[in-house]
Design a protein around this ligand. Structure first.
Ligand SMILES: *[C@@H]1O[C@H](CO)[C@@H](O)[C@H](O)[C@H]1NC(C)=O
Ligand SMILES: *[C@@H]1O[C@H](CO)[C@@H](O)[C@H](O)[C@H]1NC(C)=O
Ligand SMILES: *[C@@H]1O[C@H](CO)[C@@H](O)[C@H](O)[C@H]1NC(C)=O
Ligand SMILES: *[C@@H]1O[C@H](CO)[C@@H](O)[C@H](O)[C@H]1NC(C)=O
Ligand SMILES: *[C@@H]1O[C@H](CO)[C@@H](O)[C@H](O)[C@H]1NC(C)=O
Ligand SMILES: *[C@@H]1O[C@H](CO)[C@@H](O)[C@H](O)[C@H]1NC(C)=O
Ligand SMILES: *[C@@H]1O[C@H](CO)[C@@H](O)[C@H](O)[C@H]1NC(C)=O
Ligand SMILES: *[C@@H]1O[C@H](CO)[C@@H](O)[C@H](O)[C@H]1NC(C)=O
Length: 481
């Protein structure tokens, strides 16, 4: 009798362990997040989703920080996310920000390219509907600490629609973007597009401005890709010359900034006839092609060819429309905008984004393109798999430690059962440990953020009745401030 109870306890004990292991973090859908790869970890910051609440469109902006480990293989259906939000969340709720890696801020790490700078976009106080005044935060991936860097010189004002890139000298290039009623928090603000190239030298912690001679038109929603010493700016939206608020940049006329000579060039691209777009992604693939995914074309429709590539080794550059295949239907991404794309080995990793052929739908998936054969695949295989001997050793140590723990638990339980000396001692604890509940609720932090959707069409906003919060200001009262 008592033995079967003990066995039951051991099974329960095991099931707790299994529950803990099976309880994995799954990030929710989002778009306008930012992502940076450092040391085999793909760090994701913030993002937002929109929702209709009683006829009003509400925006939830996230302070989440989590990463995907790309040193081991994973399947796109169950990627191994690690959530850092509980202890290392972004100090602000952030969306439309851009992130890029530079040198550290402490003297101990200021030649170590391991600090991620999160710049611009929307940055809201965690518990209030108010923009913060700071425009830049830094996350040291080594110490896993957030720092508010003190930077010399004048940096950019708060803008969005920017993609920053960094080079090996620790400089981060931040071009253009726009300031509007959302980034200023002032409903009467006009849209201002910029064509300034702000350069953050993370070694000196100083801002400077790149050449303005031959600089392209003010624009946002473009992509920026560094190829050796050239930054290649593709697509986006620029000020319109025919009375419209904006028009799409001609995707076949590509501005290039040479970081060595500090000069702007304009390149005319040959090859395939591809459609203009904004809010797409771009990566530099291993084979020196720039691969573009997604984006929105004229008339707000998904770009007709979602996947295009720019051959930058040919002169002039050439547009290519590759023919893709897929290993499984779910391996193929929907049309997206405001997603992220990262080049890791032979793969392009697409994550999250606004699904552009469905109204108000954000993606919670990741997709993998094998860039060597244009196949959407389901499994990521790291190019430098970590030493399996180490895994075996670590595994063995863990295994032994686990075994010892089990024995101790067994003995403790046995003693307790003997002491109780009672056959009706009930093993009632069946609910998951409280920590797991916390981590589940952490997946949807701060559901009280309110902003009008879309900066092209202003919508009115009323406070949601379900969650009254005195700190939130209705959009209509913002108009009077
Ligand atoms: C920052 O600017 C101040 C004043 O312009 C100057 O004295 C100081 O040396 C600068 N610091 C760095 C690190 O460039
Ligand atoms: C926005 O532009 C309009 C038209 O040019 C102008 O009348 C208005 O003052 C501008 N608003 C602001 C806040 O600058
Ligand atoms: C875009 O630029 C290309 C290359 O200069 C040119 O052939 C094409 O006509 C331009 N498209 C539009 C719509 O102006
Ligand atoms: C390129 O595509 C656009 C839109 O699809 C079309 O209007 C234009 O005529 C095409 N140009 C060429 C040279 O095929
Ligand atoms: C890119 O252009 C180079 C030079 O013209 C050519 O050798 C190469 O095959 C092209 N790459 C692709 C993928 O078309
Ligand atoms: C959106 O696009 C995807 C991929 O092309 C397609 O499978 C899906 O049916 C489309 N959805 C709608 C609503 O058009
Ligand atoms: C997301 O996509 C939908 C559908 O195309 C579109 O209506 C909406 O404006 C997009 N959202 C943003 C923030 O671009
Ligand atoms: C492309 O390579 C992947 C391996 O990464 C393989 O599974 C897939 O079948 C290949 N696709 C084609 C069309 O050969």
């Amino acid at each position: 009798m008592i033995h079967s109870k003990i066995i039951g306890f051991v099974i329960l004990f095991f099931s707790f362990f299994c529950f803990e292991n099976a309880e994995t973090f799954i990030p929710g859908a989002r778009y306008a997040h930012s992502v940076t790869l450092v040391d085999n970890k793909l760090y994701f910051f913030g993002g937002q989703i929109s929702e209709i609440n009683q006829g009003q469109e509400l925006i939830h902006i996230y302070d989440q920080l989590f990463y995907l480990d790309v040193s081991s293989s994973f399947n796109i259906e169950s990627p191994s996310w690690t959530d850092l939000t509980a202890s290392k969340r972004v100090p602000v709720r952030s969306s439309w920000s851009t992130s890029s890696v530079g040198f550290g801020i402490q003297s101990s790490n200021n030649h170590d390219k391991s600090t991620i700078y999160l710049i611009g976009g929307l940055m809201y106080l965690i518990n209030q509907n108010a923009l913060v005044t700071d425009v830049i935060y830094a996350f040291d991936t080594k110490s896993q600490q957030w720092v508010l860097p003190v930077i010399n010189g004048t940096g950019p004002n708060r803008r969005r629609g920017v993609q920053a890139v960094s080079d090996n000298t620790g400089k981060i290039y931040y071009f253009g973007g726009n300031s509007d009623y959302i980034t200023t928090g002032s409903p009467t603000a006009n849209v201002t597009r910029y064509n300034t190239l702000n350069i953050l030298d993370t070694a000196q912690l100083s801002w400077s401005i790149g050449s303005t001679i031959d600089a392209p038109s003010p624009r946002e929603g473009y992509s920026a890709t560094l190829f050796i010493n050239l930054i290649i700016f593709i697509g986006g939206r620029e000020n319109s010359y025919n009375g419209q608020p904006f028009s799409l940049v001609n995707i076949s006329q590509i501005p290039v900034y040479d970081t060595q000579s500090s000069k702007w060039y304009l390149t005319t691209v040959g090859g395939a006839n591809v459609s203009n777009r904004h809010s797409h992604s771009a990566i530099l693939a291993q084979n020196d092609l720039i691969i573009i995914y997604g984006g929105v074309s004229e008339g707000g429709v998904p770009a007709p060819q979602q996947l295009i590539a720019l051959n930058i080794t040919s002169s002039p550059y050439q547009w290519i429309v590759p023919t893709t295949s897929y290993l499984s239907l779910y391996a193929m991404p929907p049309p997206l905008s405001l997603h992220s794309a990262t080049s890791v080995g032979k793969y392009m990793i697409i994550a999250f984004g606004n699904i552009t052929n469905i109204t108000r739908s954000a993606s919670l998936s990741i997709y993998l393109l094998d860039t060597t054969n244009w196949t959407w695949v389901t499994t990521f295989q790291p190019s430098n798999p970590i030493n399996t001997v180490n895994i075996v050793v670590i595994g063995a140590i863990f295994g032994i430690a686990f075994f010892i723990l089990i024995i101790i638990a067994f003995i403790v339980l046995y003693i307790k059962l003997r002491r109780r000396n009672s056959p009706n001692f009930p093993p009632t604890k069946t609910s998951p440990p409280s920590s797991s509940r916390n981590s589940i609720s952490n997946q949807f932090p701060n559901p009280q953020e309110i902003m009008p959707e879309s900066y092209d069409v202003r919508t009115t906003y009323t406070r949601p009745r379900s969650k009254p919060n005195p700190l939130l200001k209705p959009y209509s009262t913002l108009a009077n401030t």
